[in-house]
Ligand binder design. Structure first.
Ligand SMILES: O=C(O)CCC(=O)C(=O)O
Ligand SMILES: [Fe+2]
Length: 357
């Protein structure tokens, strides 16, 4: 998620949106080994579906049913669907619209924001695919646009699409609105751990980096053979995802079983990430999730990744470590963690597993 320096690539992946117009079958590089293929008849999430009404939460630190529900949703799934989050459905509709409009632009227009430098070296920001580090890597059936949105000083506006014309303003506004949600949830999480209310909020402020990722999953003629996004955890303190409100595709793993994340109109998905798992010394887990495709419809999502200051050290919060519960994770610099995650994501392994003591 944070290869700041361009890096050499093994080969240049195709834009899947283009590929799909000229192939009947996914090329072999996209075909997932048999044992890892998505089971199309995936399980529905059992009741209670983790839906939390943020407008019902009391001031952080106070107990209430909704706070209990949030804690148990995070314990059970590592995520929940947030409603009552304060973003008007009409604005969410606009966000979805500009995302789709961007992907409808001619390829030459989208390529203006390519994540390839001189067509050869890969950088994290921009439009394209993941870095290809190995010939053996299975590629994801998706395209994406990755942008740094916070801190404002790190925005590279030349990488922000000029079309549709409202794209930039809408992304700026969405960034502000999403931060309110992330901060509210983080205040509650801190209090659940008996920490100062702003403990985690402060970690995503100032030099901390927020990335926005616009994912685009074209339909796939053989959806049972590919993955839109391979199983992974997010490196983040917290993630807020706007999932397509028409087409499902996101799945979460629990005890070795994959469950479909349901579509709840106007809900935003909130999940804890690896940094939160490490900081909380394992109290909150970073859920393994993936995206599947389908043969009929394309799908989009917009993910806001809240990461700590790249120079900060990531380790279990000292207050959460004692003789009874010693540190369960090794210490690492945030930026080194992000670089590791980027590499392991390409390989299809989980970096969080390498941090456990
Ligand atoms: O497309 C989705 O629903 C999820 C995307 C995701 O997990 C990610 O971009 O990290
Ligand atoms: Fe993710």
């Amino acid at each position: 998620m944070a290869c700041e320096e361009p890096s050499k690539i093994v080969n240049i992946p195709s834009i899947v949106q283009e590929l799909v117009t000229c192939v009947q079958e996914p090329p072999s590089q996209y075909v997932v080994p048999e044992q890892n293929r998505p089971d199309m008849a995936c399980y529905e999430m059992p009741d209670p579906i983790p839906i939390i009404d943020l407008s019902c939460l009391p001031a952080p630190g106070n107990s209430s049913d909704e706070v209990d529900k949030m804690q148990s949703a995070l314990k059970n799934w590592g995520l929940f669907l947030a409603v009552g989050h304060g973003i008007e459905p009409s604005f969410l509709g606009e966000v979805m619209k500009v995302t789709r409009e961007f992907y409808k632009l001619p390829q030459e227009e989208k390529q203006k924001y390519s994540n390839l430098v001189d067509g050869q070296e890969f950088r994290m920001e921009g439009y394209g695919n993941d870095i290809v580090v190995s010939e053996k890597q299975t590629l994801d059936w998706s395209d994406r646009l990755y942008l740094v949105v916070e801190p404002e000083s790190r925005r590279i506006y030349s990488m922000w699409p000029a079309h549709p014309p409202s794209f930039r303003d809408i992304l700026c506004e969405y960034t502000v609105r999403c931060r309110e949600i992330a901060s509210l949830v983080l205040r509650h999480l801190a209090k659940m751990l008996d920490l100062h209310e702003d403990y985690f909020v402060e970690m995503i402020e100032e030099d901390a980096v927020t990335y926005a990722r616009f994912n685009y999953y074209p339909p796939c003629p053989k959806p049972d053979q590919v993955l839109g996004l391979k199983p992974h955890t997010d490196a983040t303190v917290i993630t807020v995802v706007f999932i397509d409100d028409n087409v499902s595709g996101l799945q979460v793993e629990k005890n070795g079983v994959w469950y479909k994340v349901p579509i709840v109109p106007n809900a935003l998905l909130v999940n804890t990430g690896d940094a939160m798992e490490i900081l909380s010394n394992g109290f909150f887990k970073s859920p393994v999730h993936r995206a599947v495709t389908n043969a009929e419809q394309d799908r989009v999502s917009l993910v806001m990744f809240y990461t700590a200051d790249p120079e900060s050290e990531l380790e279990p919060v000292p207050e959460l470590v004692d003789k009874k519960r010693p540190a369960r994770y090794r210490k690492i610099k945030t930026k080194d963690y992000l670089t590791k995650l980027f590499e392991t994501f390409a390989e299809g392994t989980l970096v969080i597993d390498t941090m456990k003591i």
